[in-house]
Ligand binder design. Structure first.
Ligand SMILES: *Cc1c(COP(=O)(O)O)cnc(C)c1O
Length: 380
């Protein structure tokens, strides 16, 4: 019997989500409304943040958070090179310059020393990314931000449930934005949420998420609503709808169980992989609770990664590589003059990294199977 393909990740959608989505579709109110408000409340309760705004994506949230901080032409925002395109694209969309910096070998996260070295009179903000669900060292980043009067917008796409020194990461910076894209720890297929403790910023972000209109769109169509509205500024169109909101409410109920399962599977990976020479497993620093959105393994130096990828695929195991550093992409090289060699740590991580399957629907036997096959590949 051939083994079923073990994907890198799989959305954990149950009958609860199916029912919630179907009920919303039948309800007569399918765009932004009560279900989104409930999802926002659930995220506020869970994270301790004072404000939460449901959005169509994390990317949109990063975009409006920077816009709400008045970042624009002539400004610079410091972004780690070891991340997804969203982080630097949103800076460029605003006419500002994404200034890429290197990351720490131990955590794959933005290197505080590299941040300091990249600060210029034009620097306005720092965008830490909590890679794979491991928190950045936020105290160090905030000390730098405070000293240089910079804003901090956290890309928390991987990191719902991640803690920093015992607190949810959501409550530390100007804003943090979660993603509910299909591969993330909880998912609404596509979706995101911005959290902040700053009331003025929250108000502005909500306005920017819907055309710059000064009140909630859905109030216009309720019994108590009026037809009148005013456009205050050039906003965008990033409001989450009720179908996604209803799915999100169900996913929030399962979040802690998902994280526990991810951590348990990661522990098994750590134990089994520690017997292989030359590999480096992701480590959890004592200031964070890692939520393992990914399991980023470093293969032995000099190992032919592509042959491992192919051998594992042959064994019906899906893997991926996170990430191709932004400074190696033609667009960033052409536009900002970055080149290979600019960020040696990120390049070494990129050369050795292999993300192994990890999602709550897996079991210990799957982990054993992956590690067994990986051992075979590395021996041959
Ligand atoms: C997934 C992801 C995003 C974008 O999230 P969307 O919700 O798809 O916009 C941003 N940053 C990182 C690091 C991501 O992995």
């Amino acid at each position: 019997m051939t083994r079923e393909f073990l994907p890198l990740c799989k959305p954990m959608i149950g009958e609860e989500e199916v029912t919630a989505a179907a009920e919303t579709l039948r309800s007569g109110w399918i765009t932004t409304g009560k279900a989104v408000a409930e999802f926002e409340e659930a995220v506020k309760r869970y994270t301790g943040a004072s404000h939460a705004i449901g959005l169509t994506s994390c990317t949109g949230g990063l975009h409006i958070a920077l816009a709400a901080l008045d970042i624009g032409p002539g400004d610079e925002v410091i972004v780690p090179t070891y991340t997804f395109a969203a982080c630097a694209h949103v800076v460029a969309w605003l006419g500002a310059k994404p200034v890429l910096v290197d990351v720490e070998r131990a955590t794959f996260n933005i290197d505080p020393e590299a941040i300091e070295a990249a600060i210029t009179p034009k620097t306005r903000a720092i965008m830490p990314v909590h890679f794979a669900g491991h928190a950045c060292d936020l105290d160090r980043i905030h000390a730098i931000a405070k000293q240089h009067k910079l804003r901090v917008v956290e890309d928390a796409a991987h990191a719902i449930g991640t803690t920093y020194k015992g607190q949810q990461i959501a409550t530390h910076s100007d804003a943090a934005i979660y993603s509910f894209y299909a591969t993330k720890t909880i998912t609404t297929a596509e979706g995101g949420m911005l959290v902040t403790d700053d009331e003025q910023l929250a108000k502005r972000c909500r306005r920017l998420s819907y055309f710059g209109v000064d009140k909630d769109a859905y109030n216009r169509y309720t019994e108590k609503g009026t037809w009148y509205y005013e456009i205050i500024e050039l906003g965008h169109k990033y409001n989450m709808d009720n179908i996604h909101g209803a799915i999100g409410c169900e996913q929030m109920r399962k979040l802690d169980a998902f994280i526990e399962k991810r951590r348990a599977l990661a522990t098994t990976y750590h134990e089994l992989l520690s017997t292989i020479d030359g590999v480096q497993v992701p480590r959890e620093q004592d200031y964070t609770r890692h939520t393992y959105h990914l399991y980023p393994l470093l293969l032995p130096r000099g190992c032919e990664r592509q042959s491992v990828v192919e051998a594992l695929r042959e064994a019906r195991i899906g893997t991926s590589v996170h990430y191709i550093p932004l400074h190696l992409h033609p667009y960033y090289q052409k536009t900002y003059g970055y080149a290979k060699g600019d960020f040696p740590v990120a390049e070494e991580l990129y050369e050795r990294e292999l993300s192994l399957p990890l999602y709550p629907g897996m079991d210990e036997e799957d982990v054993r199977y992956v590690v067994g096959k990986l051992k075979e590949c590395l021996r041959s």
